[in-house]
Design a protein around this ligand. Structure first.
Ligand code: SAH
Length: 326
């Protein structure tokens, strides 16, 4: 059995199919079930704003895209948190494009602080891109325990190509700052980026292991119709699932989401994600109707998994938990 210490072993396993792939998935599921007793964390996402200063070629919210921009008002944000808490959710992701605004972060800080006082047991994960150290501190002090910042690819040349407005060196520096600020840090890559090799994906997995994260994720590359990469092919589903299974074996104790990008690749994609070792799903039910059409990560017509996701969890032989697993 592979121990995945060598890059070559990982690269080979990324190509798994047929019986080999079945074995890989079985091992990933066993590993997850031993650590997490068959539990899956279910959380909701609030897409706070699509304003962004970065120019990612894969993303529809790049500063260069002609998208209508929005920021959720304080009332909308408060109402959304209240409603989700009422549904029983205890883990929320608040995500946005990357922008600088002291005033806004102070606002959000006050709001989150109040929410955390009023709604006990709420865990919040922030995902606002690269901020400054004082901004990270403000976010942390507001009671945001977790932060998601993906390195996207471990290949610095590819990084520059897909995200010309930033560098891998800088992104990794931010991950270190986040750790030092005291966040539970989550990171990951995109599988299937134009120009990405299997060796480079193997490096992504080794980097995920070295970073000692609390959550590791991969999203399947989806050619976003609002982005510069609109005409590239989507990721190969088997490559993405193999990536997730190897990640589970390399890092048994972390959270791994079955992202909605999987569902955009193939029907039942998120179920397949759970069957290859994932233990988190995200419900897209926190953003006001008017705004959600302008938060375009993958596609303009988004797939919005709701209660059906809980059925998928049960079908995969797992139990959903609205409380944080870690
Ligand atoms: N502004 C924040 C949040 C970005 S959105 C930040 O920069 O961290 C969250 C993630 O969605 C990104 O980090 C990226 O990995 C993923 N993503 C965006 N567009 C994508 C696409 N077309 N296909 C697959 N993943 C994508």
């Amino acid at each position: 059995m592979h121990n995945f210490k060598k890059k070559q072993d990982i690269a080979e396993a990324l190509f798994s199919k047929g019986r080999g792939q079945k074995k890989l998935f079985d091992r990933a599921r066993r590993t997850r079930n031993e650590v997490f007793s068959n539990k899956v964390e279910v959380r909701s996402v609030i897409e706070y704003s699509n304003i962004c200063r970065q120019a990612c070629n894969y993303c529809g919210m790049s500063r260069e895209s002609g998208l209508k921009r929005y920021i959720m008002s304080d009332d909308e944000t408060t109402d959304s948190i209240k409603r989700l808490y009422g549904y029983g959710r205890r883990v929320l992701i608040i995500q946005s494009g990357e922008f600088h605004s002291e005033h806004l972060f102070e606002n959000l800080l006050t709001l989150i602080k109040r929410m955390k006082e009023n709604f006990p047991g709420l865990t919040i994960m922030g995902s606002f891109g690269n901020l400054s150290l004082p901004e990270y501190k403000i976010v942390k002090e507001a009671g945001v325990e977790r932060y998601l910042l993906k390195f996207e690819t471990s290949d610095s040349k590819l990084y520059k190509k897909v995200k010309p407005s930033d560098s891998l060196f800088n992104r990794l520096r931010h991950l270190e700052i986040l750790k030092k600020t005291g966040f539970k840090v989550s990171s990951g890559n995109i599988t299937g980026l134009p120009g990405q090799s299997v060796e480079s994906l193997a490096e992504d997995l080794l980097l995920l292991k070295r970073l000692r994260l609390f959550m590791g994720s991969t999203s399947a590359f989806i050619p976003n119709d609002m982005s510069n990469y609109a005409n590239w092919p989507s990721a190969d589903i088997n490559l993405v699932l193999n990536f997730m299974a190897i990640l589970r074996i390399l890092c048994p104790t972390i959270l791994i989401p079955a992202t909605s990008s999987l569902e955009l690749l193939v029907k039942d994609g998120q179920y397949l994600g759970l069957m290859s070792g994932a233990n988190v799903v995200t419900l897209h039910d926190g953003t006001p109707k008017n705004d959600e059409k302008n938060f375009v990560l993958y596609k303009k017509d988004r797939y919005k998994p709701k209660d059906v996701l809980l059925e998928i969890v049960a079908r995969a032989g797992l139990k959903h938990s609205f409380d944080p697993l870690i």
